[in-house]
Every structure is written in structure tokens, then in C-alpha cells.
Design a protein around this ligand. Structure first.
Ligand SMILES: *Cc1c(COP(=O)(O)O)cnc(C)c1O
Length: 775
């Protein structure tokens, strides 16, 4: 036996008095994790020297940790051999819940960044909240989303270490709580660097009440927000619009203040209470505006604990912080009402006023008169994005087009004032999880041809390009794709009791459910194909499986209506014997990181169809690309950079561009399109003509009205579904026809993989480290 295998056996014996063949999943999970943690403990505990970067984020969507940690420690093969010898399924840990302390792209980006930094030896520490319940679990009844609390700690938390001795007190107006840190090791590939993710848990100053440890109590606690535990009880399941709740502001302040206090404590221990050189030791990246209250909080701490004068403290704050913008949608730019802010954070508010006064002076000096565009405090609101731009030295967007939109359309007044602060950092994803781990077959295919250097130097992927010309390689690639479809089929049968036709083309759209991401457009286009097949308008259709996965925020009724609609389309298609040999539609339940790891490697076509100008970057587009899917997409977010690198001829770009939409936006008349084009009318009418039913909820009528009449504050068809409908249908049929030539299609896929080099988060995090944090 290998030493690590012996260590696992020992843990099982000492902790559970059992042995591998007899242990249950929970025991195995905890024993393997504990043994693995032991192997990197000393490396982890070595003090960090020099400047440290800190990633403040309300979300970390880590997924399942055990496989990636074992991979990075080089212990995965040994562990699997042990399981095999004990007669245990290699899939045993699939039962373990994901760490889902995030909603979607923003939280997953944070997780990829941590992996990339540790792998490259960059000292980057994550700071966030240890939510008792992460993103809800989703299932469907009659095609409608049902939510269930995510009790992720049911399996234990072997990758966290509670640091009781480092807890700090956080004070709100009329309430004080403990913030207790739970540290997780972030293990770089190769195990040489182990960074830390510190997640804060809120606890009462009085002894902890263990009775609260059940779901019902916690939900009550959320209602009674004055219970300390309520502060870290639940993740807000809303990744774009502001919940507008006191508790949300409390959460933000809670982890911001706790993290800053812990940094100041560490600084003080080393350098004393002269904080003038704080920014030489720490760079802090604000992942969106959620941690922006850190700005006035650090000012407060420097001026009270450090007795600094305002100007001096401001300089430290500005040098310390940098801000990443993730969305330009007006409704998602965080603001807090003044009375709310003042009542929750009475001690912090005066520092917002100091910032506002300083800004006012600057605007006078620059002779700017329309100050209402800039004011941090305006119309009874505190504007967090403005604060994040004003009091930091860097504001970055997350893809080229997104950064340009920030500069010229969303926040041009700020760009005019401080052009030097604006910069782009196109997102990336870690190829360790999103290729090496989730697609071992393709990883081996790549390594056989270009060596294993790509695992830590993704630019080497370009060396794969010549193999796109090699017939044997294309054939091998297709065999791998087939294998990944078979594996997905097994998984989906277990999870969703659905049988996939693995001979089919797999066309996949997985991401949070949002109108701007246009899952409804995808569904309309599927209906158009369905009707086209029934009418004989479409012939020679290559059999296709259309797969969706998405969670809708529980309060986002229209998004839930879209889920129900797609499930109804799936029923219509799947039970129609005239078409179900050439079409399948499935909406998988509980889409999460682990499901993504099964779905993405099996895809032939990656659906990235957001309205141009709305998706800041996207990252699933990159995951699909490196797994050899072609992009069916609009000119939006990182899709643009993806097809520029991989060749437009190897992808399918369609639809209106930002400039086109800019031109038509005041005259756009979706109802005219609906009236002129029978194919549009036919699919849109399925919402109201009885073809499909919403079970009497009225959701479908509301969707219909939102497209043709406008609903709530939006214009009709605010996301231009009808505008892009025909070009989208055309592009899909084109791709479908191309797919018939499997060999030629495989070439496109290989060229996409070979061009994926820039889309690693290793590259992104290096750019942050060099250009923003100056490490
Ligand atoms: C990558 C990822 C996302 C982000 O997907 P986009 O298509 O870029 O919005 C969301 N959820 C999960 C589980 C992911 O892995």
C-alpha cells in the first residue's frame, strides 16, 4: 500500500473503527479528506511573506472539493486505486453535496481564481460568508420549479478549520455579533502553494444555541433578523437584482468588517499600529459591489484604531482597493436607501459623508456641474458602484466588449473623470476542473499529443492546432465525445430518470435562468423546428437532443414561467411519436457545478445566446470551448473574443449586434414582427392558444404580454427575442446540416480547443496580480 492509502485506512480505523470496504460514504469522505488535509497542513500553515492579495466576494461557488483537491495534491489515482480494491464505486463521492455558496458565474469565477492563484504561487486569499444554507436545491413538480434548503453541511465539513481564536466582533446599530472564521485550504496544482479561503460565520455573543441547527429554526431566524445566526444563515438566491433587504446589507457589512479587522490584526502583529503602509501589504479586490461597504469601513478603522487623518486614510483606502464590475444592467447596480443604511450602519455612515464631501470638492475643482450623476448620496440613496469607482484605483470589466460598454455607455461620466482607472480583465476558468478533471479522456488525448504542460500553461494548447488536420485525431476525438455522452446518459438517468439518445447531436444551454440569457428564445426555436418537422418544411434534420439546466431565483416569477414553458415543450416533443426519433428536449433538475462537469464535456453545441450587450462575459462559453463544443452565440461578452480566436467559420454567430440594437431601440415594434411572420406567430401563440398549459397560473399569458405589450417597467420584448428569432433558427439549421459531416465538424471542435488557451483563469489572475495588485 502507498503511504496515502495507509493514512486513509488509519483515519477510518481511528475515527470510525471501520475499514474501507465497510465504511459508508460519509465516513469515506471525511477520512479521505482528513488524510489529504494532513498531507498539506505544514505547507498551508507556513506564514505568507510579502504583499498579499485578498478577494472579497459574497459568493464562492466551489462545487465538490474532494476530487479537485486530490487532483491538485497528486493523490487522486492512489485514492481511486484504494476504492477500487475495496470494491467501492469510483463515483462514491457523487453523493456528497456541492459547496454551493454562490449563485452562478460571479461565484464560480471567484472559485476559479482561487485555484489559479494557488497553482501559480500567487498569494491570494478569499474572504466571504459561510452560509449555513447555500443556493437552494431545485426539483420539478409538473414542470414547475420547487426549492428546497441546501443543507450542504449534512456530509460534514472536513475541508474547513474553525479558528475560534481569531474571531472578531462586528457591530451594527443596536446589535453585536461574533464573526468566527472557518478557513479552507486552497491547494495549488502540484501542492507547492496552499492559500486560504476564509469564510465567516455569525454567532451570538452569548454561548451558541445549538437548537438553532435545524432548517425550520433557521428559516424562522431569517425572519427574526436580530438573531446573530440569521446573518450567515442563507445565501441570497438572486444574482442580479437587489433584494433590498436589511439582512443583505448586514451580510455585506458583516463579512467586510470581519475581513478588514482580521487583516488589520495581522498587520498590527507584524508592523504595529502605523497603518500608513497597509496598502504595501494588502491589495483587496471587490468582486462586484457586494463588499463595497468595506471602503467606508476601512476608512473608519484607519481613522479610529489607527488615528489617521482623513486624507491620509483615504490614500491608503484608494491604494488598497480595486473594483470589478460584473453587470451593466441598471436594476442590478446596488443602492441602499439612506434610512436603511443609517439605521443598520450608524457608525459607518459618517465615513460615507466624508467620501461624499471629498468627491464634491473634486467635482468643483474639475468644474463639473451635473453632480447628481456622480454623488454617492443622491435622491435618498447610497450608490455603491459610484463609491467603488470613486474610492479605488482600478475599475475593471470582465470582457473587452463589457469594459467598452462600461466606459462609453453605462458609466461614461466616470470614465471622463478618471479614464486611467478603467481596464479590462477578460474572465477565464480553471482548466484543472473544467478539462483535466471533468474530461479525463480528452485530457489524455491532449497530453498524448502535446505533453502535460497545458495543465499549468494553457497557452501550450495552441500546439494542438495541427492535429485538427489529422484524420486519426478527429476520429479519436469523436470517440471521446461519444464516451462523454454515454457517461452523461448514465448520470442523467440516475439523476433525472431520463434516457438520452447518445447518437444525437447534443445542444446544451446551461446557466442561471434570466430573461436576458434568452432560454425562451431557445425554446421558441425548438418549437419552430418541431412544427417545421411536422409540416415537412424541415427535412434531413440530424437527430438532436436539446438540454437545458438552470435555476430561477425563487421570487423571479417570469423566469419560473419560462422553466414551466420549456418543460411543457419537452413534454410535447418527447411524447410525440412523429418527431421523438429526431428530437428530444430535457430540462435537468438542480443544475450545479457537479452537473456542469457532466454536461459540458458531452456537448456538441454550446448555446450562448444573450441579447448583445447584456452578458458581461460568460464563463460557461469557455468551459464548453475547451471541451470541444462549437459556440452558437450572439456577439456578446466573451463570445466575441472566443470566436475571434477560434475563427468565426468554426462557430455560429448570429443576430443583432450592440450597434444594431442601439439603432432600432426607439422604433422596435415586436408586435409588427409577430403579425408579419407566421413562424414567429405560431411559436409565440403556443403561450396562449392551448397548445401548452401553465396549469392555470397565468404565467404564460404574462410571458406573452411581456413580448408583445410590455409588462412591469420593461418595454415589449425588452431582450429582442423576436428580432433575433429567424437568424437564430437559420444558424441552428446550418449547424445541424454541418453536423452531418462528422469529420468536418470534429475539425471545428478541435480548432476551438486549440484556441482556448487565453480563456484560462491562470491568465486572468496573472493580469490582476501584475496590473492591478502589483504583486
Ligand atoms: C460556469 C457556471 C456558471 C456561469 O455560466 P454562464 O453561462 O457563464 O452564465 C453558472 N453556474 C454554474 C454551476 C457554472 O459552473
Amino acid at each position: 500500500m502507498q503511504p496515502f492509502q495507509e493514512a486513509i485506512v488509519k483515519k477510518l480505523k481511528e475515527t470510525y473503527h471501520t475499514e474501507p470496504a465497510k465504511a459508508n460514504t460519509k465516513q469515506l469522505y471525511n477520512a479521505v479528506s482528513a488524510a489529504a488535509l494532513d498531507t498539506c497542513w505544514d505547507t498551508w500553515q507556513r506564514p505568507v511573506t510579502g504583499k498579499t492579495a485578498c478577494y472579497f466576494s459574497a459568493e464562492f461557488l466551489l462545487g465538490r472539493l474532494i476530487h479537485s483537491n486530490l487532483l491538485n495534491l497528486g493523490l487522486l489515482d492512489e485514492t481511486e486505486a484504494l476504492l477500487h480494491d475495496a470494491g467501492i464505486s469510483p463515483n462514491v463521492f457523487e453523493e456528497v453535496e456541492d459547496d454551493a455558496l454562490g449563485n452562478g458565474g460571479l461565484g464560480r469565477l471567484a472559485a476559479c481564481f482561487l485555484d489559479s492563484a494557488a497553482t501559480q504561487g500567487i498569494p491570494l486569499m478569499g474572504y466571504g460568508i459561510r452560509y449555513r444554507y447555500g443556493l437552494f436545491k431545485q426539483h420539478f413538480t409538473y414542470g414547475c420549479q420547487q426549492e428546497e434548503a441546501d443543507n450542504w453541511l449534512a456530509w460534514g465539513d472536513p475541508w474547513s478549520v474553525r479558528r475560534e481564536e481569531e474571531k472578531v466582533r462586528v457591530d451594527f446599530g443596536g446589535q453585536s455579533v461574533w464573526a468566527v472564521p472557518y478557513d479552507m485550504p486552497i491547494i495549488g496544482y502540484g501542492g507547492k502553494t496552499v492559500n486560504t479561503l476564509r469564510l465567516w460565520q455569525a454567532e451570538a455573543l452569548e454561548p451558541f444555541n445549538f437548537q438553532l441547527f435545524n432548517a425550520q429554526k433557521y428559516h424562522e431566524a431569517v425572519q427574526q433578523e436580530n438573531d446573530a445566526e440569521a446573518i450567515s444563515a442563507v445565501l441570497y438566491p438572486n444574482d442580479d437584482t437587489e433584494a433590498g433587504k436589511r439582512l443583505r446589507l448586514k451580510q455585506q457589512y458583516f463579512f467586510s468588517s470581519a475581513s478588514l479587522q482580521s487583516l488589520l490584526n495581522a498587520y498590527t502583529a507584524q508592523f504595529g499600529t502605523d497603518y500608513s503602509r497597509f496598502a504595501e501589504q494588502y491589495a483587496i479586490q471587490l468582486n462586484d459591489t457586494h463588499p463595497t461597504v468595506s471602503i467606508p469601513e476601512l476608512l473608519r478603522l484607519l481613522m479610529t484604531q489607527g488615528h489617521m487623518a482623513f486624507e491620509e486614510a483615504f490614500a491608503v483606502v484608494q491604494q488598497t482597493f480595486a473594483y470589478t464590475n460584473h453587470t451593466i444592467m441598471a436594476e442590478a447596480l446596488e443602492k441602499w436607501s439612506l434610512p436603511l443604511f443609517q439605521s443598520v450602519l450608524p457608525e459607518v455612515y459618517p465615513y460615507v459623508v466624508l467620501l461624499q464631501n471629498r468627491l464634491s470638492n473634486a467635482l468643483v475643482q474639475k468644474q463639473i456641474s451635473d453632480t447628481w450623476k456622480y454623488n454617492l448620496i443622491q435622491d435618498g440613496m447610497v450608490h455603491m458602484a459610484r463609491m467603488a469607482i470613486y474610492a479605488t484605483h482600478s475599475t475593471n470589466g470582465v470582457a473587452k466588449i463589457h469594459t467598452e460598454i462600461i466606459k462609453h455607455t453605462a458609466l461614461p461620466e466616470w470614465y471622463a473623470l478618471y479614464p486611467e482607472r478603467f481596464n479590462n480583465k477578460t474572465n477565464g476558468v480553471t482548466q484543472r476542473r473544467w478539462l483535466k478533471l471533468c474530461n479525463r479522456e480528452l485530457a489524455a488525448f491532449i497530453s498524448d499529443r502535446i505533453g502535460t504542460g497545458w495543465i499549468t500553461d494553457f497557452s501550450q494548447l495552441a500546439k494542438l492546432k495541427p492535429y485538427a488536420e489529422d484524420a486519426a485525431s478527429r476520429e479519436q476525438f469523436l470517440r471521446i465525445k461519444r464516451e462523454k455522452k454515454n457517461q452523461l446518459a448514465d448520470y442523467m438517468y440516475r439523476k433525472d430518470n431520463f434516457g438520452l439518445n447518445t447518437e444525437n447531436l447534443f445542444d446544451i444551454q446551461v446557466k442561471r435562468l434570466h430573461e436576458y440569457k434568452r432560454q425562451l428564445l431557445n425554446a421558441f426555436s425548438i418549437l419552430d423546428t418541431y412544427f417545421g418537422l411536422k409540416d415537412g418544411r424541415i427535412r434531413d434534420f440530424y437527430p438532436t437532443t436539446f438540454i437545458f439546466g438552470a435555476k430561477a431565483a425563487p421570487g423571479y416569477v417570469r423566469a419560473k414561467g419560462i422553466i414551466k414553458f420549456i418543460n411543457e415543450v419537452a413534454n410535447l416533443v418527447n411524447y410525440d411519436n412523429a418527431v421523438n426519433r429526431v428530437m428530444q428536449v430535457i430540462f435537468v433538475s438542480n443544475y450545479n457545478v457537479s452537473y456542469a462537469e457532466k454536461l459540458i464535456p458531452a456537448a456538441d453545441i454550446s448555446e450562448q445566446i444573450s441579447t448583445a450587450g447584456t452578458e458581461a462575459s460568460g464563463t460557461s462559453n469557455m468551459k464548453f470551448m475547451m471541451n470541444g463544443a462549437v459556440t452558437m452565440g450572439t456577439y456578446d461578452g466573451a463570445n466575441i473574443e472566443i470566436v475571434q480566436n477560434a475563427g468565426e467559420e468554426n462557430n455560429y454567430i448570429f443576430g443583432a449586434r450592440v450597434e444594431d440594437l442601439e439603432k432600432i431601440k426607439d422604433t422596435y415594434h415586436p408586435k409588427a414582427l409577430y403579425e408579419q411572420e407566421p413562424r414567429i406567430r405560431r411559436v409565440v401563440d403556443t403561450l396562449v392558444d392551448g397548445t401548452l398549459t401553465d396549469g392555470g397560473s397565468g404565467w404564460f399569458r404574462e410571458l406573452y404580454d411581456s413580448l408583445l405589450e410590455g409588462a412591469s417597467w420593461h418595454k415589449p420584448d425588452n431582450y429582442y427575442l423576436l428580432q433575433d428569432f429567424l437568424p437564430y433558427c437559420d444558424a441552428r439549421l446550418r449547424a445541424n446540416a454541418d453536423y452531418r459531416n462528422r469529420d468536418a465538424f470534429a475539425k471545428k471542435c478541435l480548432l476551438n480547443i486549440a484556441a482556448a488557451g487565453p480563456f484560462t483563469s491562470d491568465r486572468t489572475i496573472r493580469q490582476y496580480a501584475q496590473e492591478i495588485w502589483h504583486l
